[in-house]
Design a protein around this ligand. Sequence first.
Ligand code: ARG
Ligand code: ZN
Length: 885
Amino acid sequence: MTREGTSTLIRREDYLAPAFWIRKVELCFDLDPLKTIVTSKMQVERNAAVAHGPLKLHGEEINVLRVLINGESVSFRTEDDTLVIDNAPDADFALEIRNTCCPEKNTALSGLYTSGGSFFTQCEAEGFRRITYFLDRPDVMAVYTVLMRADKTKYPVLLSNGNLVEQGELDNNRHFAKWHDPFPKPSYLFALVAGDLVAREQRVRTRGGKDHLLQVFVRRGDLEKTEHAMNSLIASMVWDEARFKLPLDLERFMVVGVSDFNMGAMENKGLNIFNTSALLASPATSTDADFSRIESIVAHEYFHNWTGNRVTCRDWFQLSLKEGLTVFRDQEFSMDMAAAPSARAVCRIQDVRQLRAMQFPEDSGAMAHPVRPDSYVEINNFYTATVYEKGAEVVRMYQTLVGRAGFEKGMTLYFERHDGQAVTCDDFAQAMADANPGSELTKRLDAFKRWYSTPGTPRVTARGSYDAISRTYTLTLSQQNNGAAPQVIPVAMGLIGHGGQVLPLELQGEAEYHGNERVLVLDQAEQSFTFLNVFVEPVPSLLRGFSAPVLLDDGLSDADLLTLLTHDTDAFNRWEAGQRLALNRILAAVRSGTPLQLDAAYVDAMRSVLNHPQLDAAFKELALTLPGEAYIAEQLDVVDPQAIHAAVEAAQLQLAQALRADWVAAFEANGTIAGGYQPDPVSVGKRSLANLALAMLVLDTQAADAAVWQGRAYQRFKDAGNMTDRLGALAALVNGGAGLADSALERFHALFKADPLVVDKWFALQGRAPEREGRTFAKVKALLKHPDFTLKNPNRARSLIFSLCMFNPAAFHRADAAGYVFWADQVLALDAINPQVAGRLARAMDRWTTLTEPYRPAALEAIRRVAAKPDLSPDVREIVERALA
Ligand code: ARG
Ligand code: ZN
């Protein structure tokens, strides 16, 4: 592979409209794993708005055979990854290009590749140029007709976007299929699949009376695992019509599973392609978390049909236009599916936990970038938590500022204006504002749009003062983000008395009365709000439902937090109060360098939550789970990962010990669920609490009945009726360092060795296991040589290597630097196979500058070693260079 001249910085401000448009494409594929021949006939016209110039097409790792214009051969040259035609006509013309590519050797899994003997494509962001020469940019939209020819025995199923118009037999045991997609689309939405697949099918009629065929294609043995995905797809269709009046616009909607895939899934028009890990589910092989992830990814890709496909991005800087919006939509869908208010809160808490674990560190690390980045070297590096999850928070703030009905009006106007276009984040903002004149958003639209351009997590400080004589409460909010101009921060809030009274909110200077919950809009560096007729001293409950993606310092005392934990009417803030109590204790121990010792007040509060007669099991599990180590690290200027880990482990063990009788009760109350497996919120909550309780009971190896609980965990592992219970019991044994862990691991592997997605869980569990005297790290290194391990399959690479480097700080950050050496070796090995996956792994060092001695210099050395490799992919090069900048 030659990698020269590929590391150029692309800037948003340099955007230029394309010099040519491609309006129609006819593609013909003669599929062969080693040499596929692609013929592309394009209808091209000059963009009159752009000055006369050569036609330059993108192409990568393909061999051009011929180029014809209006049927005549034409002179062309290739420069790096561009094909240049200097004498393109001024009038519209037909351009024909024939080239070859080699799907079998395509281990990068971008473009056309093979997996398990079938053909698949992945074209977002710039994979289409690895199939044929094209204007591979999202603002060039064409109508595609695709003819596929392939061996009939090996590839009985031939799929592409849109509708099947023709199929038939050819000589030499070959056959063909012709597909036509009536919707103009950018090349990144093109897809093709050819292989020996089977489909679950379902015909549905939508509200408008239109009939559709839904199909989920998988390998032969996997058909029984597609029911959940099909149900999720149908639920998504129903929801999008009900909530946003957005119907399915195709007669046929296909979903295909593939084992080798770089990301979760891809929204190709009418032909979504999924990582099998985001598609296949069965109670015996998938956990509750898998069921819920599949539901949300199926929904996410389906929702892209409107937010992404019908209205797409003008350029890749606008990625959050489709991703932030679509994540927001899939989050809303999951909440609506959860239905009950408490289950909705559980969804929200999980989303925020994810944001804090992944996006907050990103926003303060080497790869920090705004939701709409200003520059990139490799766009694949910008499919990030910031673009996706923070982008979704930005969309959520629109809804908070204009209300749910106002948001729906904004969406309607957005589609009225931009259906069929490739647009920008500004266009979305404008539609939201114009649909809601006079709203809190529209009044300060320009300031609100700073969310798109400002990197970093704003810090909000809140201080209140109560005047008992005048019965007024003044809340002063201020914000700070490395000197950036103030953001528009919606602060949903309420006031609670120490006895649990919900206090009315009467804001000074405001005619209207807003009840006992409202949104304050903080848009200055500092602002004060005075509430009248506050009859007792209140505790402010701020940022309810996590109404903005900020770090909040509200200065609340333990007593205040305990009040919120017990009485807040907002379930999110109840949970948050418990997290803050834990965080304060962990931070105090880490900062002072003293061993953590939990106090009775905290332990009693946790006991009350655990034994609470009304709270849901799901909420209890979340409240009793300590804050994540990555989020804890974000609160510190200098990070000692071992100290953080030791404090968290100590807190966990003390909760296990102090609440032992309560954990037993929780396990007995939630450990068995009558009837068959159902992934509904109530059952899921019970299983999650039972698993936490079991983990706690196995964790305390000093308890008098330690052996009993280890035995019970092993028994439960063996007899489990579903994967959630089985993996939960196995994790309790492995994470608790139980003597039976090894034999359980062996048994698990023997049971599931034929199912790659379960083998991934087996590797991941070992990669994430708590470090004990270096044994976890040694085990991971040994597992690299396991016959089931391979770097070529992204899921497998992630299951072992990413688990260690990104999700197991105590095993990764070693005083002897062996973790960093391991990281560098794996990044380099992966880079030769799959740069996108290597680029992801490279990001394990994003936050190295905050590490304390001896980690920091050792990390630097490892990063330098990677950077010194001369032929790095642009993906990895960009990440390590930013880390060293
Ligand atoms: N658009 C896809 C999704 O979020 C993600 C595909 C990104 N692929 C990539 N190679 N960067 O649904
Ligand atoms: Zn997406």
